[in-house]
Design a protein around this ligand. Structure first.
Ligand code: C2E
Ligand code: MG
Ligand code: MG
Ligand code: MG
Length: 282
């Protein structure tokens, strides 16, 4: 019997691996508790038209006030967001919370962008549950919600992803492909998906000023988005040079530290007021 065990089984006796598994399970359990105890929080980052100085949307970004580990960013609890149970539980909370906050802001034509994990997007009845949530919030126009999905959903199950995105689209909800250019989306995949928006990954934007290849990639993405009639947003706009270069290259929409860092809902309300005052908009 022992002879048939592959070398993988050695992992079982690896104390390092066991420690990791233990930490992972503890993290997942802590997250389930954290949802009940209200430990999660959404921060928001503005998305603007850099030419017209107009606010077009805000992206919701999750944070976790962990009782012992402190203030955590998504990268600190990726396994929680990607796990089928906690990923869905948290995902539903994020949608509910972001939409409620959007209703409180009462700003005309403001988009609210929400990141959806692959496990959540591909979970059973995603679109039906979203539809029920939207019905329960009559003040929300489905067209002001944008779901940000990752190219990686395509490698899980492209046909299922296409079905879900189509169903969301029928609800009037918008869909954006996040971190575009870093994943696996083929042009054929883009053709099949009814997408509204591409988000240029911040890695390309950050290297725009120093690397000719990244510049060429951004040029291609601009051309692609024009051909497919996508809305195009650059993320990781960290300086005036980034902003100017992007505008010259044909990308007017941006998001990044140069415009504003992610902030709490209260701070976001203040930011919106002062941004409008600065540019004399109403
Ligand atoms: P993302 O959706 O691509 O979000 C952009 C990330 O870049 C955010 O990190 C944001 O704070 C950061 N960022 C914004 N502007 C700049 C900039 O100018 N420079 C740099 N260096 N970074 C910038 P964050 O908040 O840590 O989120 C990381 C990732 O975690 C997100 O990437 C998204 O994939 C995921 N995530 C965030 N919130 C949620 C959520 O509610 N649910 C799920 N499933 N995933 C989430
Ligand atoms: Mg995003
Ligand atoms: Mg991104
Ligand atoms: Mg990202």
């Amino acid at each position: 019997q022992a002879k048939n065990l592959g070398s993988n089984n050695i992992l079982f006796f690896d104390p390092e691996e066991e420690r990791r598994q233990f930490a992972r399970r503890a993290m997942l359990q802590a997250a389930e508790k954290g949802i009940i105890n209200n430990e999660f929080e959404l921060h928001y980052q503005p998305q603007i038209n850099m030419v017209e100085h107009k606010l077009i949307g805000v992206e919701a970004l999750i944070r976790w006030n962990h009782p012992t580990m402190g203030f955590l960013y998504p990268a600190d609890f990726t396994e929680v967001l990607e796990h089928p149970n906690t990923g869905i539980l948290i995902g539903e909370w994020v949608l509910q919370e972001a939409l409620s906050q959007h209703a409180l802001w009462k700003i005309k034509d403001l988009m609210i962008s929400v990141n959806i994990s692959p496990a959540h997007l591909l979970s059973k009845d995603f679109a039906q549950r979203l539809s029920l949530l939207l019905q329960s919030m009559p003040n929300i126009n489905p067209q002001s919600l944008e779901l940000e999905i990752l190219e990686t959903v395509s490698i899980c199950d492209i046909n299922q992803a296409v079905e879900v995105v189509k169903a969301c689209c029928q609800l009037g909800v918008h869909v954006a492909l996040d971190d575009f250019g870093t994943g696996y989306a083929s042009l054929n995949y883009l053709k099949k998906l009814p997408l509204n928006t591409l988000k240029i990954d911040k890695g390309f934007v950050q290297n725009l000023l120093i690397n000719q290849e990244d510049r060429s990639i951004v040029k291609c993405i601009v051309a692609l988005s024009q051909a497919f009639h996508y809305k195009l947003i650059a993320e990781g706009v960290e300086s005036l040079e980034h902003e100017q270069t992007l505008i010259e290259m044909g990308c007017q929409l941006g998001q990044g530290y140069f415009i504003a860092k992610p902030m709490s809902a209260d701070k976001m309300s203040d930011w919106i007021l002062s941004y409008r005052q600065k540019y004399q908009l109403h």
